[in-house]
Write a new protein. Structure first.
Length: 268
């Protein structure tokens, strides 16, 4: 990467589960160039490592999942030296955010432990499942700062909760309380903070009970299919499903059922 910096994220793999933590709690896990770059490296590893079957992403502490873009950093950009600007641009050129990985192959759970605002909500919107603490708040407050939620927030939120509710929140910059986010279908489950890990781990355990290639095929068919009319979505052949059909696991599932035992998934 060039210039060394102190890591602003954590990446751990436990069994087949990658756990990614945005680790800037003093800055409410806001996204600066270094954090964006590190997250890009983590998503690269999740995507290419066949031993990783799913990922959980969260923020450090109990105040924020992520408060979005680091506006204090943006304010400093004008006074930065040419060398520093060059380094930041290099990081940006080497970064592909989760938001831009339109068809990420593996399931991602967002463990929302506080505020998920702006770019933080946009990160969560790009995940497949959101589990939130009951004190969490969601929102796209960019217009209050003269900005827009340009990292697909203005596009994903209406698709996920409906046009009128989304416009009500986006045009005002209002926050969505966790319970209301659940009612709107934005969040899968809301629990007290001390039950958050338990709730997330329940989703993780249930996903791991499924064949990983079947999970990936389900995700690809669902997400790509949303771009097509229904009949076209139905008749389209999806690459991940072709891989599943030819896998050992496609034989193991029916065999385990017939033998009345738990399947031994290999992911191949």
């Amino acid at each position: 990467m060039g210039t060394e910096h102190q890591s602003v994220s954590k990446f751990e793999v436990d069994g087949h589960v990658a756990r990614i933590t945005l680790n800037r709690p003093a800055a409410m896990n806001s996204l600066n160039p270094e954090l964006r770059w590190e997250l890009s490296q983590h998503w690269d590893e999740v995507e290419r490592n066949d031993d990783i079957w799913l990922a959980v992403v969260t923020g450090a502490g109990d105040r924020a999942f992520s408060a979005g873009a680091d506006l204090k950093h943006r304010a400093r950009e004008r006074e930065a030296s040419p060398e520093q600007r060059t380094q930041w641009q290099k990081l940006a050129d080497e970064t592909t955010s989760l938001i831009e990985r339109w068809h990420f192959p593996k399931p991602i759970i967002a463990r929302v432990n506080g505020f998920a605002l702006g770019g933080g909500l946009e990160q969560a919107l790009a995940c497949d499942i959101i589990v939130a603490a009951d004190h969490a708040e969601f929102g796209l407050p960019e217009p209050k700062r003269g900005l827009i939620a340009g990292s697909a927030g203005v596009h994903r939120l209406p698709r996920q909760i409906g046009l009128k509710p989304a416009m009500g929140y986006m045009l005002t910059g209002r926050h969505i309380p966790a319970d209301r986010a659940y009612q709107l279908g934005l969040v899968n489950e809301v629990v007290p903070l001390d039950k958050l890990d338990e709730a997330v781990d329940a989703f993780v355990a249930d996903i791991l009970r499924c064949a990983p290639l079947a999970v990936r095929a389900t995700k690809e068919a669902t997400m790509r299919g949303l771009d097509y009319p229904l009949a076209q979505a139905y008749y389209t052949r999806y690459e991940s499903n072709r891989r599943r059909e030819q896998s050992e696991d496609a034989l193991e599932g029916p065999r385990a059922f017939a033998e009345k035992r738990a399947p031994d998934w290999k992911g191949r």
